[in-house]
Ligand binder design. Structure first.
Ligand code: PLP
Length: 394
């Protein structure tokens, strides 16, 4: 009989020649279980999605309750659908008051697309500034602002008028000018191998954008919802973006993205011409119900409170001659090794020992540590022991 693995390789489009091929039977909390019921501690969280853990009961209840009412009704922006309204209300209540209008979409990449269009439309300018080693999604617009030529050269021509600056380099902020519609930046760079900017840099970035009338888009698709020790990563730096991008953990495990701005800015999408951004499934009722439940869990269970303490515990325990550096903020961490070969070996050996760990798109010499925020101290001890034991075998 043909196995699921073989079927996957045969019928499903592949994104690389070396897929992970782990087959999960079910997932709960911080654990993934394979077909043989072997548990794995998930240090990847489906790439910063499962911040509250897999299959939180309150999220499951919210999904089931919504399934009993309706699923898709019509395209985004027409009918009055309570899951979307309630979710927007809750989300905006935890954001600064200038971020008071939310457009729900399907994914991170679509949030990027919507935000870039919004900035061009609002400012009447076409210049876009992004950062080297950034990642904002894989669609054409998002690819245009990705700071890694290797992944985009085959798809040119891409969007014109995009320039790149080095992340956290103050001198390069002068490239932001009166021609710039927007600067798009990850508040903490993820796929670059977790790079945290200085508070001073972020203040200067904010000031420069304000000075020249460029909109500041902060991409927190990976960094939001407690991952960096604050509900939103920009709170670490005392600044507020003009447009905030969310996805991944936004849906508590269901697919949804959002771009959030001031109502006056967002208003340009609705006229001259109308339908400035349209999307069939944006703000899907089931995803919004799950997202609302997930946000309530984060707030009610105070999941952000201990994130920095847990991050510190990882840093204390992850000491080894082969570890060059542990970078990051809260539970958005990376372990810097020497080579991709080491990273691959550690990843394979950890997996054999029940710990799932991964690397980064633009930094293959570092390992990703992004567990669900609910990970307990004893579980952190367990995974760090596994990682250290594995490093001892290299
Ligand atoms: N922005 C950042 C910072 C991301 O990490 C990602 C995905 O990894 C995206 C955007 C794109 O999100 P999606 O895969 O939902 O399109």
């Amino acid at each position: 009989m043909i196995s699921n693995k073989q079927l996957f390789l045969l019928n499903n489009a592949q994104t690389s020649t070396s897929p992970n091929l782990l087959e999960i039977d079910y997932a709960e909390g911080i654990y993934l279980y394979d077909k043989q019921k072997k548990p794995y501690i998930d240090l990847v969280s489906g790439f910063a999605v499962s911040n509250i853990g897999h299959r939180h009961p309150k999220v499951i209840d919210a999904i089931k309750a919504q399934l009993d009412k309706y699923m898709h009704l019509t395209v985004y922006g027409e009918y009055v659908q309570s899951p979307m309204i309630l979710f927007a209300q809750k989300l905006l209540s935890v954001l600064p008051e200038t971020l008071n209008n939310v457009y729900f979409v399907n994914s991170g990449a679509e949030a990027t697309e919507g935000a870039l269009k919004l900035a061009k439309r609002y400012t009447g300018r076409s210049g876009i500034i992004s950062c080297f080693n950034s990642y904002h999604g894989s669609t054409h617009g998002a690819l245009s602002v990705m700071g890694n030529e290797h992944y985009k050269q085959a798809y040119r021509p891409l969007l014109p008028d995009v320039q790149f600056i080095r992340f956290n380099e103050e001198a390069e902020l002068s490239m932001i000018t009166e021609e710039t519609a927007c600067v798009i930046m990850e508040t903490v760079q993820g796929e670059a191998g977790i790079r945290v900017p200085s508070e001073n840099y972020m203040t200067k970035l904010r000031n420069r954008c304000t000075e020249v009338g460029a909109l500041l888009i902060l991409d927190e698709i990976q960094a939001a919802f407690g991952r960096t020790g604050k509900l939103f990563a920009f709170e670490n730096f005392g600044i507020v973006p003009d447009i905030l991008l969310l996805a991944k953990a936004l849906g508590g495990g269901m697919p949804i993205g959002a771009f959030i701005a001031n109502k006056e800015v967002m208003g340009v999408l609705k006229e001259n011409p109308i339908l400035g951004h349209i999307t069939t499934f944006g703000g899907h009722p089931v995803s919004c119900s799950a997202g609302l439940a997930s946000l309530e869990v984060i707030l009610e269970e105070e999941l952000v409170k201990d994130v920095n303490k847990k991050g510190e515990l990882f840093r204390t325990l992850l000491v080894h001659p082969l570890i060059k550096e542990v970078r990051g903020k809260g539970l958005m961490l990376s372990i810097q090794l020497d080579s991709f070969e080491q990273v691959e070996k550690v990843s394979t050996l950890c997996r054999e020992r029940g710990v799932v760990i991964d690397w980064f798109l633009h930094c293959e010499t570092a390992m990703r540590i992004a567990p669900p925020l609910i990970i307990k101290e004893e579980e952190i001890h367990t995974v760090c022991k596994t990682i250290i034991n594995v490093l001892n075998l290299l």
